[in-house]
Design a protein around this ligand. Structure first.
Ligand SMILES: [Zn+2]
Length: 417
């Protein structure tokens, strides 16, 4: 009873219109207790009275309005009606609507979804509707699917558009399939945050340190943060060379970004000589060098880190991105280029990728890479639906007309069905 009147099938609208004068309270009464209803149904009046005829006119007017508000041109509407009558599956449903629906689910699998939704179907002006949506025959489904998707709005908006205009069995899953296989939609998809990967606390100080350089009042400083104590140490650098940024304490692992000082051959040699492992954050993703980038992190308890991780994941609705395999085609967001995955880098969530313009592989974090589906022609059905070429828009466009105050009134043509 709470549903909007225009969203109901015209058949149900008639009952709702009759009840608008009342505010009924609906209660279930078992059939054997409905003595009055049974008596009245046996003593029906001879013909419809004037009130009934008036109501019938109102219902017809409302049905006409439902048809006029559909985003479809009259020419296209006729085409849909003709194709509905030529489609054996829809022809059967039309027959059920005008006679009666079978008491049990039909054996024909194609009719099962229609049968389970039987209360939603109605025929208005020779057009089969699902509530206020047009039931699209199989021949036109691919064309309509292309029109719903032509703006590459993503799954939710394409579905919302369909919910205001068209229906057929499994339309939602077909929209999802089409958008998932679309390269343009994949490139335009909003960024998904991945769950925080907190670094574990080492067993003793100076096992693992993070390093970063920064400038302050014309001088360059090196900040070294110990992962155990989270204590930062600052050193002034007289020259930005690897010799000056080293320090005498022994460490097993140095974590830094990809600055030229850290990415240089000299630093690599230095790491080999002193026997520590040098790990760099993903290029263009310095957040992963968290200890040095955020020296003000307090506390070293695992509980604190767990709650921090939980908060981050909840706040950003983080979810793990699927892993990529060598040979997968991807799109690099920051370079706006397509590339192929070469291999997974030893650092977490890091990949080596190669574009067609470059011979040496690039390293990128997983969040910069969008897995693009391989180009393949879309289909409308998982079963044996033939794919059809896209129809051209119907030439029978209605003319625009002008209102009394001079405003141009344009018929709805969003989908140009
Ligand atoms: Zn798309």
């Amino acid at each position: 009873m709470s549903k909007e009147l225009s969203k109901l099938p015209p058949r149900i609208q008639r009952f709702r219109l009759r009840l608008t004068r009342f505010s009924p309270e609906v209660k279930h009464v078992s059939g054997k207790s409905q003595i009055t209803a049974d008596t009245l149904s046996r003593a029906s009046t001879r013909g419809p009275c004037k009130t009934d005829l008036d109501l019938y006119d109102d219902v017809l007017a409302l049905s006409d309005q439902t048809i006029k508000s559909l985003p479809v041109t009259p020419g296209r509407l006729m085409e849909i009606i003709t194709k509905q009558k030529a489609d054996p599956e829809i022809l059967e449903v039309r027959r059920f609507c005008t006679t009666r629906w079978p008491a049990y689910m039909p054996e024909n699998t194609l009719l099962k979804q229609y049968w389970t939704n039987q209360q939603h179907f109605t025929i208005v002006n020779d057009l089969l509707l699902y509530n206020d949506r047009i039931v699209i025959p199989r021949d036109l489904r691919l064309d309509i699917l292309n029109r719903l998707h032509e703006s590459h709005l993503g799954i939710n908006k394409c579905k919302a558009l369909a919910q205001t205009s068209v229906w057929w069995p499994n339309i939602s899953s077909q929209i999802e399939d089409m958008v998932r296989k679309c390269q343009t939609c994949a490139k335009l998809r909003p960024e998904v945050r991945e769950p925080l990967l907190p670094s574990s606390i080492p067993e003793r100080p100076w096992i693992r340190v993070a390093m970063d350089l920064f400038d302050y009042k014309g001088n360059t400083y090196l900040v070294v943060t110990d992962y155990y104590s989270r204590k930062p140490f600052f050193f002034m650098c007289h020259q930005q060379t690897q010799v000056h940024i080293c320090h005498p304490w022994h460490t097993d692992n140095v974590i830094s970004d990809n600055g030229p000082q850290f990415a240089s051959t000299e630093f690599r040699k230095f790491a080999q000589e002193w026997g520590f492992v040098h790990t760099t954050s993903s290029p263009r993703y310095p957040q992963s060098n968290g200890a040095a980038e955020r020296v003000d992190i307090h506390g070293k308890e695992n509980r604190y880190k767990e709650s921090q991780q939980q908060n981050f994941n909840q706040r950003h609705r983080a979810k793990e991105l699927p892993e990529l395999d060598p040979g997968d085609t991807i799109y690099i967001k920051d370079l706006k280029r397509e590339a192929v995955v070469v291999e997974q880098h030893h650092s977490p969530r890091s990949y080596l990728v190669r574009t067609s313009q470059q011979t040496t592989p690039l390293r990128r974090n997983r969040r910069h890479l969008v897995a693009t589906p391989r180009e393949q022609p879309p289909t409308t059905e998982r079963d044996e639906t033939p794919t059809i070429p896209r129809n051209t828009p119907s030439p029978n466009r209605p003319d625009y007309h002008t209102s009394k105050c001079g405003r141009t009134i344009r018929p709805p043509d969003r989908l140009d069905l």
